[in-house]
Design a protein around this ligand. Structure first.
Ligand SMILES: CC(C)(COP(=O)(O)OP(=O)(O)OC[C@H]1O[C@@H](n2cnc3c(N)ncnc32)[C@H](O)[C@@H]1OP(=O)(O)O)[C@@H](O)C(=O)NCCC(=O)NCCS
Length: 178
Protein backbone atom coordinates (compact mmCIF):
# COMPACT_ATOMS: atom_id res chain seq x y z
CA UNK A 1 0.00 0.00 0.00
CA UNK A 2 1.54 3.31 -1.04
CA UNK A 3 0.38 6.90 -0.80
CA UNK A 4 0.68 7.22 -4.58
CA UNK A 5 -1.84 4.42 -4.98
CA UNK A 6 -4.58 6.18 -3.00
CA UNK A 7 -7.49 6.83 -5.32
CA UNK A 8 -11.13 7.77 -4.96
CA UNK A 9 -13.51 6.18 -7.42
CA UNK A 10 -17.28 6.57 -7.61
CA UNK A 11 -19.12 3.95 -5.57
CA UNK A 12 -21.28 1.51 -7.51
CA UNK A 13 -24.38 -0.18 -6.14
CA UNK A 14 -22.41 -3.45 -6.24
CA UNK A 15 -19.98 -1.95 -3.66
CA UNK A 16 -22.67 -1.31 -1.07
CA UNK A 17 -22.40 -4.68 0.73
CA UNK A 18 -18.77 -3.85 1.46
CA UNK A 19 -19.58 -0.24 2.40
CA UNK A 20 -22.20 -1.41 4.89
CA UNK A 21 -19.81 -4.03 6.32
CA UNK A 22 -17.09 -1.38 6.81
CA UNK A 23 -19.58 0.99 8.41
CA UNK A 24 -20.76 -1.66 10.86
CA UNK A 25 -17.26 -2.80 11.81
CA UNK A 26 -16.90 -2.50 15.59
CA UNK A 27 -13.80 -0.31 15.11
CA UNK A 28 -15.85 2.29 13.26
CA UNK A 29 -19.29 2.14 14.85
CA UNK A 30 -18.49 4.31 17.91
CA UNK A 31 -17.56 7.19 15.61
CA UNK A 32 -20.39 7.22 13.08
CA UNK A 33 -24.14 6.72 12.81
CA UNK A 34 -24.50 3.96 10.22
CA UNK A 35 -26.90 4.33 7.33
CA UNK A 36 -29.20 1.72 5.89
CA UNK A 37 -28.79 0.60 2.30
CA UNK A 38 -31.49 2.95 0.97
CA UNK A 39 -29.61 5.98 2.29
CA UNK A 40 -26.39 4.82 0.63
CA UNK A 41 -28.25 4.13 -2.62
CA UNK A 42 -29.63 7.67 -2.48
CA UNK A 43 -26.14 9.07 -1.95
CA UNK A 44 -24.84 7.07 -4.93
CA UNK A 45 -27.66 8.30 -7.17
CA UNK A 46 -28.49 11.87 -6.14
CA UNK A 47 -26.32 14.60 -7.67
CA UNK A 48 -26.13 16.58 -4.42
CA UNK A 49 -23.94 13.73 -3.06
CA UNK A 50 -20.63 12.20 -4.08
CA UNK A 51 -20.06 8.66 -2.81
CA UNK A 52 -16.55 7.25 -3.30
CA UNK A 53 -14.69 4.04 -2.62
CA UNK A 54 -11.14 4.61 -1.37
CA UNK A 55 -8.70 2.37 -3.22
CA UNK A 56 -5.24 1.94 -1.75
CA UNK A 57 -3.37 -0.14 -4.26
CA UNK A 58 -3.24 -3.79 -5.23
CA UNK A 59 -5.01 -6.04 -2.75
CA UNK A 60 -6.70 -3.07 -1.04
CA UNK A 61 -9.45 -2.39 -3.57
CA UNK A 62 -11.83 -1.15 -0.89
CA UNK A 63 -9.84 0.46 1.91
CA UNK A 64 -12.84 2.55 2.89
CA UNK A 65 -15.37 5.03 1.61
CA UNK A 66 -16.24 8.71 1.61
CA UNK A 67 -19.49 10.65 1.25
CA UNK A 68 -19.75 14.34 0.36
CA UNK A 69 -23.07 16.14 0.67
CA UNK A 70 -24.15 19.60 -0.48
CA UNK A 71 -22.31 19.36 -3.80
CA UNK A 72 -25.10 21.46 -5.33
CA UNK A 73 -25.64 23.61 -2.27
CA UNK A 74 -26.59 27.15 -3.37
CA UNK A 75 -24.46 28.59 -0.56
CA UNK A 76 -21.41 26.59 -1.79
CA UNK A 77 -21.22 24.89 1.58
CA UNK A 78 -20.05 21.31 1.03
CA UNK A 79 -20.11 18.76 3.82
CA UNK A 80 -17.67 15.94 4.44
CA UNK A 81 -20.50 13.70 5.52
CA UNK A 82 -18.52 10.54 6.19
CA UNK A 83 -15.03 9.14 5.89
CA UNK A 84 -14.12 5.65 7.01
CA UNK A 85 -10.79 3.93 6.40
CA UNK A 86 -10.07 0.37 7.43
CA UNK A 87 -6.25 0.65 7.57
CA UNK A 88 -5.89 3.18 10.38
CA UNK A 89 -2.96 5.23 11.58
CA UNK A 90 -0.94 4.86 8.37
CA UNK A 91 -1.44 8.35 7.01
CA UNK A 92 -4.13 7.40 4.50
CA UNK A 93 -6.74 9.53 6.25
CA UNK A 94 -4.57 12.62 5.90
CA UNK A 95 -4.01 12.02 2.19
CA UNK A 96 -7.66 11.33 1.66
CA UNK A 97 -8.74 14.51 3.48
CA UNK A 98 -6.27 16.47 1.31
CA UNK A 99 -7.74 15.00 -1.86
CA UNK A 100 -11.24 15.83 -0.61
CA UNK A 101 -10.29 19.45 0.14
CA UNK A 102 -8.91 19.79 -3.38
CA UNK A 103 -12.08 18.29 -4.79
CA UNK A 104 -14.30 20.54 -2.67
CA UNK A 105 -12.52 23.82 -3.47
CA UNK A 106 -11.14 23.21 -6.96
CA UNK A 107 -13.77 20.98 -8.56
CA UNK A 108 -16.95 21.77 -6.62
CA UNK A 109 -16.06 25.46 -6.07
CA UNK A 110 -16.97 25.29 -2.40
CA UNK A 111 -16.83 28.42 -0.27
CA UNK A 112 -16.98 26.41 2.94
CA UNK A 113 -16.05 22.77 3.51
CA UNK A 114 -17.39 21.51 6.81
CA UNK A 115 -17.97 18.45 8.94
CA UNK A 116 -18.99 17.35 12.39
CA UNK A 117 -17.08 14.96 14.59
CA UNK A 118 -17.93 13.34 17.89
CA UNK A 119 -16.20 14.59 21.02
CA UNK A 120 -14.86 11.12 21.76
CA UNK A 121 -13.23 10.90 18.31
CA UNK A 122 -9.92 12.48 19.22
CA UNK A 123 -8.08 10.83 16.32
CA UNK A 124 -10.33 12.38 13.68
CA UNK A 125 -10.32 15.76 15.49
CA UNK A 126 -6.52 15.75 15.50
CA UNK A 127 -6.46 14.99 11.79
CA UNK A 128 -9.01 17.67 10.82
CA UNK A 129 -7.34 20.32 12.97
CA UNK A 130 -3.92 19.47 11.52
CA UNK A 131 -5.44 19.79 8.04
CA UNK A 132 -6.68 23.31 8.71
CA UNK A 133 -10.26 22.80 9.86
CA UNK A 134 -11.35 25.30 12.50
CA UNK A 135 -13.82 24.54 15.27
CA UNK A 136 -17.04 26.54 14.85
CA UNK A 137 -18.87 25.29 17.89
CA UNK A 138 -20.43 22.31 19.61
CA UNK A 139 -23.86 20.74 19.37
CA UNK A 140 -24.06 19.75 23.00
CA UNK A 141 -25.01 16.16 23.83
CA UNK A 142 -26.57 15.71 20.43
CA UNK A 143 -25.73 12.05 19.81
CA UNK A 144 -26.62 9.08 21.95
CA UNK A 145 -23.79 6.79 23.00
CA UNK A 146 -24.62 3.32 24.16
CA UNK A 147 -22.25 0.42 24.56
CA UNK A 148 -21.34 -2.18 27.17
CA UNK A 149 -19.21 0.44 28.92
CA UNK A 150 -21.30 3.56 28.60
CA UNK A 151 -24.79 4.93 28.10
CA UNK A 152 -25.17 8.65 27.63
CA UNK A 153 -24.66 11.47 25.16
CA UNK A 154 -21.76 12.92 23.27
CA UNK A 155 -21.42 16.33 21.63
CA UNK A 156 -20.76 17.00 17.97
CA UNK A 157 -17.97 19.43 17.15
CA UNK A 158 -18.64 21.41 13.96
CA UNK A 159 -15.46 22.27 12.03
CA UNK A 160 -14.93 24.07 8.75
CA UNK A 161 -12.37 25.37 6.29
CA UNK A 162 -13.09 28.37 4.05
CA UNK A 163 -11.85 28.75 0.48
CA UNK A 164 -9.49 31.65 1.35
CA UNK A 165 -8.04 29.61 4.23
CA UNK A 166 -7.52 26.69 1.86
CA UNK A 167 -5.80 28.94 -0.72
CA UNK A 168 -3.50 30.28 1.99
CA UNK A 169 -2.56 26.70 2.88
CA UNK A 170 -1.87 25.94 -0.79
CA UNK A 171 0.37 29.03 -1.01
CA UNK A 172 2.25 27.86 2.09
CA UNK A 173 2.81 24.41 0.56
CA UNK A 174 0.61 22.69 3.15
CA UNK A 175 -1.64 20.96 0.65
CA UNK A 176 0.92 18.83 -1.17
CA UNK A 177 -0.20 15.50 -2.57
CA UNK A 178 1.97 12.72 -3.97
C1 LIG B 1 -10.65 8.99 11.17
C2 LIG B 1 -9.92 8.22 10.08
C3 LIG B 1 -10.59 8.45 8.74
C4 LIG B 1 -8.48 8.78 10.03
O1 LIG B 1 -7.74 8.06 9.09
P1 LIG B 1 -6.28 7.48 9.49
O2 LIG B 1 -5.67 6.92 8.26
O3 LIG B 1 -6.43 6.59 10.67
O4 LIG B 1 -5.55 8.84 9.90
P2 LIG B 1 -4.04 9.24 9.73
O5 LIG B 1 -3.19 8.05 10.03
O6 LIG B 1 -3.83 9.90 8.41
O7 LIG B 1 -3.89 10.39 10.84
C5 LIG B 1 -4.31 10.15 12.13
C6 LIG B 1 -3.70 11.22 13.02
O8 LIG B 1 -4.33 11.12 14.30
C7 LIG B 1 -3.34 10.88 15.29
N1 LIG B 1 -4.00 10.05 16.27
C8 LIG B 1 -4.19 8.72 16.27
N2 LIG B 1 -4.87 8.34 17.36
C9 LIG B 1 -5.12 9.48 18.05
C10 LIG B 1 -5.82 9.77 19.26
N3 LIG B 1 -6.39 8.79 19.98
N4 LIG B 1 -5.91 11.06 19.68
C11 LIG B 1 -5.34 12.07 18.96
N5 LIG B 1 -4.68 11.84 17.80
C12 LIG B 1 -4.58 10.57 17.36
C13 LIG B 1 -2.19 10.23 14.56
O9 LIG B 1 -0.98 10.38 15.27
C14 LIG B 1 -2.21 11.01 13.24
O10 LIG B 1 -1.67 12.29 13.42
P3 LIG B 1 -0.17 12.67 12.98
O11 LIG B 1 -0.10 12.38 11.50
O12 LIG B 1 -0.07 14.15 13.28
O13 LIG B 1 0.75 11.82 13.78
C15 LIG B 1 -9.85 6.69 10.38
O14 LIG B 1 -9.07 6.47 11.54
C16 LIG B 1 -11.23 6.07 10.54
O15 LIG B 1 -11.83 5.63 9.58
N6 LIG B 1 -11.74 6.02 11.80
C17 LIG B 1 -13.06 5.43 12.09
C18 LIG B 1 -14.21 6.20 11.47
C19 LIG B 1 -14.14 7.68 11.79
O16 LIG B 1 -13.80 8.10 12.90
N7 LIG B 1 -14.47 8.51 10.79
C20 LIG B 1 -14.50 9.96 10.94
C21 LIG B 1 -15.80 10.39 11.50
S1 LIG B 1 -15.86 12.17 11.71
Amino acid sequence: MTAEALRLRPTMLSDLDDVIAIENDARNLPFITPWDRTQHEGAVRFPDFRHFIIEAGPGVERAGFVILQGCRNPHRSVELKRIVLQPKGQGLGRLCVRQLKRMAFRDLHAHRFWLDVKGLNTRAQHLYQAEGFVEEGRLRESVRISSDQADGYDSLIVMSLLDREYQARVAMGLELLP
